[in-house]
Ligand binder design. Sequence first.
Ligand code: AQP
Length: 329
Amino acid sequence: MNQKKIIFSGIKPSGDLHLGNYLGAISQWVELQDKYKCLFCVVNYHAITVRQDPAILKQRTKDIVKIYLASGINSQKANIFLQSDVYEHTELAWILNCTSTRMSDLNLMTQYKDKSKNGENNVSVGLFDYPVLMASDILLYNTDIVPVGDDQVQHVELCRDLAKRFNHDYAPTFKLPEVMIRKQGARIMSLNNPDNKMSKSDDGDSGCIYLNDDLDTVRKKIMKSVTDSGNEVKYDLLEKPAVSNLMTIYHLLTGESYKDIKNTYSGKGYGDFKKGLADVVVKFLGEFQAKLNSISDAQVEKVLESGATCAKVLAEETLKKVKERVGII
Ligand code: AQP
């Protein structure tokens, strides 16, 4: 029998989701659900690596499930579940911490370096260790492919290294997952600064288009976005990183090629292009938010209950094997 390959990916409820999360990750997942066996998780234990308001965290966790559903992820085809409903994630992370992870591995992680640059005294051990929990998320399900934005590539590579080390030190146990990133949209940049990625925990939110932003705010953010020197609308990452980023958003939401976008705005300048982009994003978000508002809390509960039950079957099997190898009774 030709078994479907397994896909795992997740998003942490550490803030409201933005267009980068949607274009870099979720929209890609929607395309994959017909071809692969997919598990899409809300990784809420990752969110508490930085301080969260408990009530907001609970709400955001459920809101992400609504976002998955509104984006077109079909819970009949893909398994949607919460990380905290399957305790095997945290248990495997502890085992991998002890058996296969070196401090030197985690010291190399650039995301940790970026997030702790204001001083390690205020940074949790969890933030340092979170790539190991992410490795556990992936390895528990015999994952073949991990579709992510490009900020997560280094963490998937670490996951492969930990799996190889465990397989070598004990016995073949884990499958080695491959990373999958989109050709375009793997790193949507801030509207204020094309050197920084659009991020949930960005200081100030004007560079970030949130999926739940009101539509007037979205229009204003786009009209205020930084552009590059000159006035020609063309895709050129070196000379025009800001305009190229805006063109990527336009391209991904409309399906129009960069060449067609350039031709449409030829001789018109940045102002007209931004107006056109604002129309595109507002249309997309208007429709998206209408779908989002039609999803009930009861629907979310139901999806999560069956998602956790299915995920647990796979996770238990892997963890049992791992504990056996390590000698944990
Ligand atoms: N700007 C982005 N462009 C493309 N993809 C992105 N992703 C995140 N930002 C962009 C992808 O979205 C998925 C979920 O990410 P996450 O929630 O696990 O955490 P993250 O990568 O750290 O995302 P944020 O928004 O930057 O969150 P904070 O600010 O809380 O750290 C991943 O596949 C990610 O690559």
